[in-house]
Design a protein around this ligand. Sequence first.
Ligand code: ITT
Length: 196
Amino acid sequence: MTDLPTLVFATQNQGKLEELKGLIAHKVHLVSLNELNFDEDIAETTGTLEGNAHQKASTIYKQFGKPCFSDDSGLFVNGLNGAPGVDSAHYSGSRDNEKNIALLLSNLSHFKDRSAYFKTVFCLIAHDNTYYFEGIIKGSIADRPRGNNGFGYDPIFIPEGYDQTFGELDKEIKKSLSHRARATQSLIEFLQKTDL
Ligand code: ITT
């Protein structure tokens, strides 16, 4: 038996799920959508991270009535006016990471400014109350994919203060400074003063 509070994580993304388990499992009994036998696609149609995060969390909250949170995140490239941003998962028209990365590198190829940031917004719904937490990490876009760690755009994102991409850096480094780590820290601080 565990005394940890139970929280559903409303994501279909294995990479996010694995990261969250590494970040929060000591504070919360995390339940995946898989464990709830939920495998439907949830609409993400609002055009903002906050709105999409709310769509995902509220869909699961309405169906299962359990405290739950979602993550909507994206890579914002300054030279591309913030693209792929909220469309990061489907930038090339599909969820294929290699195609998404290839399109981004091609669109950015003539730009000197390769600065970018990852942003995540968590939406937590518990007892009909809604809360938001966010995290950002700044960095830049590599000229080619490097490394196999992480997921999504990790092979082309170089966090500020490092020369290697998240794909090359040890997982523990991403765990200590990523956008998701920062949002998770705020969520943990909230949970420490709030009963679920
Ligand atoms: P869920 O909606 O089921 O949570 P998703 O993959 O559709 O999963 P999003 O709509 O939030 O999630 O899309 C975010 C995309 O941004 C994700 O698919 C990755 O391509 C990218 N992304 C987000 N966080 C990332 C990270 O830490 N490292 C690399 N890429 C990331």
